[in-house]
Ligand binder design. Structure first.
Ligand code: IMP
Ligand code: MG
Length: 180
């Protein structure tokens, strides 16, 4: 088992690239079965999904569009408070089937926010595809259409996921080692 160090935290191998890719391919085959002929737009959420999106999209075998988006929060001056905006979306969503590609669903609040923001662009259908889900931490009702791997509550890094901006570059996924 390999360990990596990020700042003062130690992480140990949790899922190898081969284990991840096996499940990414399974999810891709489910999407190929369900979405072929629907001319969907894959909306990959930055930064965390970049590696997952790359491996997933190589397995998608029908015509589709691909775009990267980022959810930005602005502190509004109006009484409505925080305003969410999707960076990277243009006018092409209206009437289209959308597959949101995320790195991880933890409490689920980020995804709920994203779905709410997406509504304004009037897609015909929205499906969720996530690399990872921590089912025990989910705080909202969310129908996730495609999950590559359900994992326990531990904090993880690698394969796109970060700890304070570090660790996204690793091909395997690492789990935090509890300090004694
Ligand atoms: P949620 O809103 O609680 O579902 O949080 C989702 C976001 O938290 C993800 O998009 C990640 O950026 C981050 N996150 C949650 N769990 C982890 C983890 O174990 N490692 C790295 N980032 C995580
Ligand atoms: Mg994320």
């Amino acid at each position: 088992m390999k360990t990596i160090q990020i700042q003062d935290k130690t992480f140990a191998t949790f899922l190898t690239e081969n284990e991840i890719l096996k499940e990414v391919k399974r999810v891709a085959s489910e999407i190929n079965r369900d979405m072929a002929g629907k001319d969907p737009v894959f909306l990959c959420v930055l930064n965390g999904s970049f590696m997952f999106a790359s491996d997933l999209m190589k397995e998608i075998d029908f015509p589709c569009n691909l775009s990267f988006v980022k959810l930005a929060s602005y502190e509004g001056v109006s009484s409505t408070g925080t305003v969410k905006q999707l960076i990277g979306i243009n006018g092409y969503i209206k009437g289209r089937a959308v597959v949101v590609v995320e790195d991880i669903v933890d409490t689920g609040h980020t995804m709920v926010n994203l779905l709410e923001t997406l509504k304004a662009y009037e897609p015909s259908e929205v499906r969720i595809c996530t690399l990872l889900c921590k089912p025990e931490k989910l705080q909202v009702k969310l129908d996730i259409d495609y999950v590559a791997l359900n994992i326990p509550n531990d904090f993880i890094v690698g394969y796109g996921l970060d700890c304070d901006g570090y660790g996204r570059n690793y091909r395997d996924i690492y789990k935090i080692v509890e300090n004694k």
